[in-house]
Design a protein around this ligand. Structure first.
Ligand code: PLP
Length: 273
């Protein structure tokens, strides 16, 4: 993506998500991905996680009206070319985000593209979403999405479909589109045993697949956030959804190949490639 020239105002992208005190995922991954994609990141914090490379021990939810007011404050003054959501934690926060998205024209019903990463749990299985909020993810959050980007665990929780092959991945993409997302990206990266990683992108018409060699690393913390942030950055630069996904897949492949050890657990994907 084109980097801004010195002194020129870059494109802006909003992330509405949770923090990661370990600096690997969430808003920290979003902000640095966006910076490296030539974007000024603006932020609405939805939750604060207490987290390191070993796991998430607890999280604190930001009051829903404070989340929505952060969005109003930055969209009105600074203006954005795209946005993404990550960890939203609860039904009340999802409802507040949906309301403010409608108000400021964010998402498929508005004029500003919105990437929805339906974050449910960390890679260690620690919950990042209250279990009773799954219905709000299905029926309030996903219908806002220009593109929704679940991993296979999230696909199972949201649709009940256990993706084991191309046929089940297609069924999941169709169901996610049916739930209201303009585009559904079913990420195959968590499919064990495969030598390649295939993601399927579907808009009710085109089914586009993206295949990359699997990168063997235990350090993949923040990969999903990085992908969604790179998609949102490319959309803000004016790319189409299929082009933005192509760009972001390549970006994450490089970040995975350069991932580093950190702490006693899973290190993060690396921005230094
Ligand atoms: N913490 C926060 C705040 C996140 O948003 C996410 C992922 O979306 C995670 C942790 C989990 O990241 P991972 O599944 O890569 O461990």
């Amino acid at each position: 993506l084109p980097l801004p020239r010195t002194g020129r105002t870059p494109v802006r992208v909003l992330t509405i998500a949770g923090t990661d005190s370990g600096g690997g995922a969430g808003i920290q991954a979003d902000s640095r991905t966006m910076a490296l994609c030539g974007v000024h990141a603006v932020v609405a914090v939805a939750a604060v996680t207490v987290q390191n490379t070993v796991g998430v021990s607890r999280f604190h939810e930001i009051p829903p009206d404070v989340v929505a007011d952060q969005v109003r404050a930055v969209v009105g003054d600074i203006g954005i070319g795209a946005a993404k959501t990550g960890m939203l934690a609860s039904t009340a926060i999802i409802d507040a985000v949906a309301d403010v998205c409608g108000e400021v024209g964010l998402g498929r019903a508005g004029s500003i593209p919105l990437v929805v990463d339906p974050v449910c749990a960390s890679m260690h299985g620690d919950s990042l979403l209250r279990p009773d909020a799954l219905d709000a993810v299905r029926h309030t959050l996903i219908p806002l999405a220009t593109v929704v980007t679940p991993n296979l665990d999230e696909v199972r929780l949201i649709t009940g479909i256990d993706v084991i092959d191309d046929t089940t991945a297609r069924r999941a993409a169709e169901l996610l589109h049916h739930l209201g997302a303009q585009w559904a990206l079913v990420k195959g990266g968590h499919l064990r045993g495969a030598a390649t990683s295939t993601d399927l992108l579907y808009d009710g018409d085109r089914m586009i697949s993206y295949t990359r060699p699997r990168v063997a690393t235990g350090n993949d913390h923040g990969a999903g956030d990085t992908l969604a942030a790179a998609i949102a950055s490319a959309l803000a630069h004016g790319r189409s959804v299929p082009e933005a996904v192509e760009f972001a897949k390549e970006w994450v492949s490089r970040c995975l190949a350069a991932a580093y050890d950190l702490g006693a657990g899973h290190g993060p994907v690396s921005p230094f490639w």
